[in-house]
Design a protein around this ligand. Sequence first.
Ligand code: F6P
Length: 341
Amino acid sequence: MRIGLLTGGGDCPGLNAVIRGITRRAIETYGWDVLGIKNGWRGLVLGQAEPLSLYAVSGILHRGGTILGTSRTNPLKNPDDLAKVKDHIKKYSIDALIAVGGEDTLSVALALHNDGIKVLGVPKTIDNDINGTDFTFGFNTAVSIVTEAIDRLHTTAESHHRIMVVEVMGRESGWIAVMAGIAGGADAIIIPEIPFDIQDLCAKLKKRHQHKSFSIVVVAEGAVSKEGTQVLQSEKKDAFGHAILGGIGRIVASEIEHGLGIETRLTVLGHIQRGGSPTAYDRILATRFGVKAVDAVKNGDFGKMVALRSEKIITVDLVEAVTETKKVDMELYEIATVFFG
Ligand code: F6P
């Protein structure tokens, strides 16, 4: 049996732990081969792959990024590319393909599965917005990074009596903003799920500043005002039709400063949230996903994605994972609001 393995979409801490988990389980438990495909779906379009040995995956558990490389190539956009993907799967004698990625990468996996190719998905994203799984690996690391940033911003905000606005990742879902906001003690959290009213936000901050002299406001990059649309850094879209988000934090910071006359500063955390070493939690989750993905191949559980449900690793239909994005649990958001003001 030969497994093809690729990592697609934005990178995320824990990808190397999954690669290691898959390779070790496949070679050591089942005596199978693993072929590492380079740069996501692009590697299957261009025919770029090389075998993954035990040696190749040694010493990578704690490393950020992905040793296989990644891309946002979408072979579904072009019938020729899709044909090349299928040809390479045949040419490389891949019996089963494991695709590690977010909603975009997994939607290609689902299309291939519907075409009769044996495919299995592993969910990955710092945004934690994939349906069907309680958590994705990478998310815990991102939340830790943002929490540390908020802690640091707290001391400087307090010293200067300023309002600090922190823009974090989260296109359609505000998971990072809410979880890091709770962990860091944010005074306001703005997420894509709840369109915000700047007057209302300023009124709440004004009330807080009657007894406090600083505030921390966390804003997810995909947040929208009641009357507005998402703020884009660039109109240019990737192969899956997503524009580059960013800029909402600047608008919120400037409106607050003008509205309240309180000095306000902006920090945009950007890709710092995605880089570097995974937390212990993410290493463990990614390792469990990797090992269980190979077991699922062994069981012929194709067209599925490994998922975390109530502390257990299960498999769910890929279609469940890609049909909608997982939104923030409003019970969690409500808990965060207790500490606003
Ligand atoms: O990994 C998901 C994500 O972090 C989104 O929150 C963000 O909008 C996007 O990736 C940015 O990715 P890139 O800069 O690689 O296109």
